[in-house]
Every structure is written in structure tokens, then in C-alpha cells.
Design a protein around this ligand. Structure first.
Ligand code: NAD
Ligand code: MG
Length: 394
């Protein structure tokens, strides 16, 4: 068909939860969107299947051996998708001339370089990869402005706030932003009970179907901590003007309170296709596949304060944001290492906040002039966190 008028979309992290849900939305609008680039980490069979369905011009895998396997497989299947390899390859696909829109859905700080490559190419960025903003903060927002990129939040809370704000963003009329949190699978548990939590329990989220890392983050409330930092940068508001409220049903996705007392909330079923479609088509609206919210069967909407004693991660994130400099990069690196160790059964559930806290306490977090400096801090924090994890395990 005629694809010249359609919008060319690249997905970074195509094989993940957000990547697959993005393709689900795109599939509903074949006239409007085409896929130009797909990238992933190492799962080449899944990427191969996506390439055969979507016929992107380019694909890339961060793992060079997996990229080779993908290349061979696609050649044999008669596909004309060009396969690039390694972190360079992923970054090149992130910055394709032909792309209008880049969905940043890699998990973790691994997303920093490719997402920045898309920013530097001036793309419309649909940001799911919150860790990139947590790690690079001011540098990322500066790059967005300098390169004329457009930044649209996909994280459901930030997308909700984006929808509740006026077009100009946070102005003097806004009193505060209210981030809602489901509370995760262990809402109401105390520290003693949390001690025995297994990876299987932690990745089973009551409301959302997500990748393993963000699922653990939701269980520790670090996800809300990362989102708190994300909101400070995205909406240019000081930490004191953002509050977190627990809302177990995940129907109100977040809120904006104005000076006159008005509170605007964005609601919907917990389905990431809604914020994905919203960001894709903004300021228009698109059918996303998400079911309607049925108010007649909603049992109720509950709100309460978070339990900071059982879930220290949220407070640690707030502390890191207030400390400034590269403290949020340290927080993120320590958390990524701790979550990986927990999923590997090398660290208990309560060890996650402990490792993050001790890593923050053990490392200076200077202001960083560029991304290379931040990534050095990230590496140092990982070295310290790994040592602390070993100590915790003994
Ligand atoms: P996921 O684990 O399901 O998918 C991660 C994707 O990143 C995969 O495609 C993987 O191949 C790719 N990847 C991993 N390491 C890589 C590397 N080194 N180089 C290149 N690619 C790499 O994760 P997800 O749940 O889709 O989350 C993705 C991002 O979106 C995270 O930052 C998460 O916090 C954010 N997010 C997710 C959801 C959700 O509902 N899943 C909601 C809000 C925000
Ligand atoms: Mg979220």
C-alpha cells in the first residue's frame, strides 16, 4: 500500500512488554503507522518473528552473537530487513533519518545511550524507559531542548499528569502533582513478612502485566520512587510539590491539584495501550484496544498513605532527588544490581532497599558535566552495590 503518508515508528525494546503492546496498538492502524526499526537485547527469535510480520527496514540486537543468528535466520526467510549489531547498532537504529517517532522501551540504564541518540536526532520520543531520565536528569532534558526533540510520557502516571495539565505544562496555577501507586502485590505487609518474599511472588503484579525488573520495582515501591524523580524532570517541578498516594485499584492513573482546590484525575482500565496510543497520536486520539472502564461494576476507589517503614525505597528516591547531582544515578544503578540479585536469589527482598541505601551512603555523587561522567558514576555504583550484595548474602 501507500506508506509515504504514514508515520514511521522505531521501537527500542520491541520484544518487551511495552514493545509488544506498542505493536498491538500499531496493528490497529496500519494506514497511519509503519514500523521502520525494531531493536532488542538478545532474544533474537522473538525479534525475528516481529521482523517477518512488520518488515522493518532495520533491526538491531545489543548482543552481537544474537544479531548474527537473527541475520542468518532472516536471510533464509527471504526478508530484506537489514540487521545491525551491538550497542552501536541499537543506537544507529534509534537515530534513523527515516523515523518520525521512537518508542523508548528498553529496560534500565541500558536505555540511556540509544534513547539519547534518538533525542539528538530530534525525534518524537515516546518515553517508557524511566531509568534514562532518572540517570541523566538535567542532561537529558537539556538535550531534548537543544535538539528540538518532542518528549511524550508513556509511563501511565506521567501520561495521566500530562493529560491533566494545560498545554504549557506546570504553571503558577498548579499546587501539586499527585502520583498514584497500586502498592504492588505486598500492600499491607510488614517488614517481617516481606523478608520471605520470593521472586515468583514479586513478579506477579495484581493489576499490570510487566517485565520482571519493573514488576519487582512495583513490589518494593522503587518504581514509584523512580517515577517521582521522572516527574520532577518531565514537568520541571521541585520534589516538594509531588505527593504519592496509594490507590490499589489502579483506575486513577495520577492527578493534578490546582490552587483553587480543583483536582483533575485521568482514569481508565489498567492497560498500557491507553498511554501508548495517547502518546502516539497526541493531540489526536486513537482506538487502543483497551476496554472501557465500567463504572457500574467498579467496587470502589480507595486511597491511603504509603507505608514508609515497610517500603523504604520511595523515601530513598526522594532523598536522592533532593541531594541532587548524580545521586539518582547511584540510586538507579544500586537498584538495578539489587533487583538482578534478588531475581537470582542472591539477595532477599528487604536487601534491595538496604543495598540501595548503603550504596547511596558510600558514594559521592558529584554534578556531572556530561553523559560519560554519569555513566562512570553508574559503573562505580554497580561495583559498590555488588560488593554490598555479597556481604548481605553472608
Ligand atoms: P521488558 O523486560 O519486558 O522489556 C525490555 C526490553 O528491553 C526488551 O525488548 C529487551 O530485549 C530490551 N533490552 C534489555 N536490555 C537491553 C540492552 N542492553 N540493549 C538493548 N535492549 C535491551 O520491560 P518492560 O516492562 O517492557 O519495560 C520497559 C521500560 O518501560 C522500563 O523502563 C519500564 O520501567 C518502563 N515501563 C514499563 C511498563 C510496563 O507496563 N511494562 C509501564 C511503565 C513503564
Ligand atoms: Mg508507571
Amino acid at each position: 500500500g501507500d506508506t509515504t503518508a504514514s508515520e514511521a515508528v522505531t521501537i527500542l525494546g520491541a520484544t518487551g512488554s511495552i514493545g509488544r503492546q506498542t505493536l498491538d496498538v500499531l496493528a490497529r492502524h496500519p494506514q497511519r503507522y509503519r514500523v521502520i526499526g525494531l531493536t532488542a537485547g538478545h532474544r533474537w527469535r522473538e525479534l525475528a518473528e516481529q521482523c517477518l510480520t512488520w518488515r522493518p527496514r532495520f533491526a538491531a540486537l545489543a548482543d552481537p552473537a544474537a544479531a548474527e543468528a537473527l541475520r542468518n535466520h532472516l536471510r533464509e526467510a527471504g526478508s530484506d530487513t537489514e540487521v545491525l549489531a551491538g550497542h552501536e547498532g541499537v543506537a544507529r537504529v534509534a537515530a534513523l533519518d527515516e523515523a518520525h517517532t521512537v518508542v523508548a522501551a528498553i529496560v534500565g540504564a541500558a536505555g540511556v545511550r540509544p534513547t539519547l541518540a534518538a533525542v539528538e536526532a530530534g525525534k518524537k520520543i515516546l518515553l517508557a524507559n524511566k531509568e534514562t531520565l532518572v540517570v541523566t536528569g538535567a542532561l537529558f532534558m537539556d538535550a531534548v531542548r537543544r535538539h528540538g526533540a518532542t518528549l511524550l510520557p508513556v509511563d501511565s502516571e506521567h501520561n495521566a499528569i500530562f493529560q491533566c495539565l494545560p498545554r504549557e505544562g506546570v504553571g503558577p496555577g498548579v499546587r501539586r502533582l499527585l502520583l498514584t501507586a497500586s502498592g504492588g502485590p505486598f500492600l499491607g505487609w510488614d517488614r517481617t513478612r516481606l523478608e520471605a518474599v520470593t521472586p515468583e511472588q514479586a513478579v506477579r503484579h495484581p493489576n499490570w502485566d510487566m517485565g520482571p525488573k519493573i514488576s519487582v520495582d512495583s513490589a518494593t515501591l522503587m518504581n514509584k520512587g523512580l517515577e517521582f524523580i521522572e516527574a520532577c524532570w518531565l514537568f520541571d517541578v521541585p520534589p516538594a510539590r509531588i505527593d504519592v498516594v496509594i490507590h490499589p485499584q489502579s483506575v486513577v492513573h495520577s492527578m493534578v491539584e490546582y490552587l483553587d482546590g480543583s483536582v483533575l484525575a485521568q482514569m481508565g482500565t489498567p492497560d498500557m495501550r491507553t498511554p501508548i496510543a495517547c502518546a502516539l497520536s497526541w493531540p489526536e486520539r486513537l482506538e487502543s484496544g483497551a476496554p472501557s472502564l465500567d463504572f457500574r461494576t467498579l467496587a470502589g476507589l480507595d486511597f491511603r498513605a504509603p507505608d514508609d517503614a515497610a517500603f523504604p525505597c520511595l523515601g530513598l528516591a526522594r532523598q536522592a532527588m533532593e541531594a541532587g547531582g548524580a545521586a539518582t544515578a547511584v540510586l538507579n544503578a544500586a537498584n538495578e544490581e539489587a533487583v538482578a540479585a534478588f531475581l537470582d536469589r542472591r539477595l532477599g527482598f528487604n536487601g534491595i532497599p538496604a543495598v540501595v541505601q548503603d550504596t547511596l551512603a558510600g558514594l559521592p555523587a558529584p554534578d556531572c558535566a556530561d553523559v560519560d561522567a554519569v555513566m562512570n558514576v553508574d559503573s562505580e555504583a554497580r561495583v559498590l552495590a555488588r560488593r554490598l550484595i555479597k556481604e548481605w548474602a553472608c
